[in-house]
Design a protein around this ligand. Structure first.
Ligand SMILES: Nc1ncnc2c1ncn2[C@@H]1O[C@H](COP(=O)(O)OP(=O)(O)O)[C@@H](O)[C@H]1O
Ligand SMILES: [Mg+2]
Length: 508
């Protein structure tokens, strides 16, 4: 086959204008031709290369580098000759100027008329930028992976069918699945029924944080054990070419935060109550003091008058009424002073259990208990407390009277004592089977003059006095439980340990 000189020139031009550096090799490695780009890239002249072997040329251009051609089995030229098929090799090269390159070299055999390999064209593509991007991408991925894994927030991603495709350590802990198990569950299992759908609906709603985004939202999730956990979450839909491909969520466990908030609220409520009590206490103390003196005169002169009057004198009944009501007033004043801690407590050490028996005995009107079954559950622990026993008995009596009132004098009254070693307190509970306290009244029952009883029956001072007394004796009073089945009030006082020296002092 003869080639027209014109066509030969064209072929050479084509070869020279190939944009990839290209060499033409003989099967033995001798370089027959190189194109212009090859010379430019290697900053060399054709006469230094043509006629040499590829091994020599490689050594010239990359003096500090070994090439796979040193080993026949790996040599791509040899492989192309042997297999008569194209071969490629990816080379990481460092040239004499120290410049790093990644090259994709493709060896294409050219067969002669007999089907033997006459030449091999080696074309070289610089893939450095692709490699750099790849490296950047994998570094980036590694970094993102580290950030995701080390995040204290649980991070989860799911594909369109709801399969979990990513869950970091925090998410595994929050949801209670191991990394193996997490692949087996669906995103719907992570929420109470219907919630996953609702979140997706919100995510697609443009009005909430924009399309594909869910602003911080408070929801419950469900862990593997089926427990609901309050969390704060944000979520996003991941789009590819405008199509939804996945969704991701970031979760923060709220349990600790909510517990702290609740404690704070309780503390605030307590402070509020204490403040209210203090200011009401000052008022009550003022009133009580002002009334105490005239009251003493009324009682004194009243009883003197009664003594002077004959038994059947028409006015003696009236004086009895005056004295009865004045007595009632004195009782109120006494309670007010106890509430406002104006009377002084005289503390002694006594057996906590004796409060129950003594208080019951001190109630004069035993007719109240005609239809009330009194149950005493006294602890076997030897419990001693240091307090003003008379005052505390008065508190217990008030609780008993309230309980009897609540049961309308018919039901079961349980008085129980117990020891709480955790808090170091002796606890007395007074439980009735009455109608309970309305939720809206719970915050008011310890206020002075709060009563739900008929005029003349209740003064609304019993519990406020009890509150003041307990506080003064380093104890507390609170509603332990209340409902339609009845109410349980609790009194707590710190117990003193039996070995304590002060007991011997005070018991004598
Ligand atoms: N055991 C109880 N069961 C139901 N309600 C109660 C009980 N103890 C107290 N209360 C409520 O608390 C209010 C205040 O009690 P208290 O201070 O003793 O005043 P009073 O007994 O004079 O009404 C009562 O009026 C009643 O509404
Ligand atoms: Mg009362």
């Amino acid at each position: 086959m003869t080639i027209h000189p014109e066509e030969m020139r064209w072929r050479l031009r084509v070869f020279d204008s190939l944009s990839f550096p290209t060499r033409v090799l003989r099967p033995d490695g001798t370089i027959v031709a190189v194109n212009d780009v090859f010379l430019q890239v290697n900053r060399d002249l054709a006469e230094n290369i043509v006629g040499r072997t590829c091994i020599e040329a490689n050594r010239r251009h990359f003096p500090n580098q070994t090439f796979p051609c040193m080993n026949n089995r790996e040599c791509p030229l040899c492989r192309a000759v042997d297999s008569k098929a194209g071969q490629s090799v990816l080379l990481h090269t460092v040239d004499e100027h120290g410049e790093e390159r990644w090259e994709d070299r493709v060896f294409s055999p050219i067969l002669d008329d007999d089907g033997r390999v006459g030449y091999v064209i080696e074309s070289i593509r610089d893939v450095t930028s692709v490699k750099r991007l790849e490296k950047l991408y994998s570094d980036m991925r590694e970094l993102i992976d580290k950030v995701v894994q080390s995040s204290v927030s649980g991070i989860i991603a799911a594909n369109r069918s709801g399969d979990i495709i990513l869950a970091n350590k925090a998410a595994e802990e929050l949801f209670g699945y191991t990394s193996d198990e997490v692949g087996e569950v669906s995103i719907e299992d992570f929420y109470p029924a219907g919630v996953a759908r609702e979140i997706m609906r919100k995510l697609r709603d443009e009005r909430l944080g924009g399309r594909g985004k869910l602003p911080i939202t408070r929801v419950d999730i469900v862990n593997k054990a089926g427990t609901r956990i309050p969390v704060e979450m944000t979520a996003a839909i991941i789009y590819e070419n405008g199509e939804e491909v996945a969704s991701a969520g970031i979760f923060n466990d709220l349990r600790e935060k909510l517990a702290v908030e609740r404690k704070l609220q309780e503390a605030q409520a307590k402070i509020g109550q204490t403040e209210k009590m203090a200011s009401l206490g000052r008022l009550a103390a003022g009133v009580a003091h002002e009334i105490n003196n005239p009251l003493t005169s009324i009682l004194l002169y009243g009883s003197m008058m009664r003594e002077k009057l004959e038994k059947d004198h028409p006015l003696s009944q009236n004086i009895d009424y005056i004295l009865e009501d004045a007595d009632r007033c004195r009782e109120i004043v006494k309670n007010l002073l106890a509430y406002s801690r104006q009377s002084s407590a005289s503390k002694e050490v006594f057996a906590f259990n004796s409060l129950v028996t003594d208080s019951l005995r001190l109630i004069h009107d035993q007719r109240l208990f005609m239809n009330v079954e009194v149950v005493k559950v006294l602890t076997d622990d030897e419990l001693l407390v240091r307090a003003d026993k008379n005052q505390i008995c008065q508190v217990v009596i008030n609780l008993i009277m309230n309980a009897v009132d609540a049961m309308e004098e018919k039901g079961v009254l349980t008085l129980a004592t117990a020891k709480d070693e955790g808090t170091g307190t002796a606890i007395l509970t007074v439980t009735d089977t009455g109608g309970g306290i309305l939720q809206e009244n719970l915050s008011k029952i310890f206020d002075p003059f709060f009563t739900t009883k008929d005029l003349g029956k209740g003064t609304g001072l019993g519990l406020s006095m009890a509150y003041g007394v307990m506080e003064e004796n380093q104890g507390v009073i609170y509603v332990k439980e209340t409902g339609l089945d009845g109410t349980s009030f609790a009194l707590e006082l710190p117990y003193v340990s039996v070995s304590s020296n002060e007991i011997y002092e005070s018991i004598g």
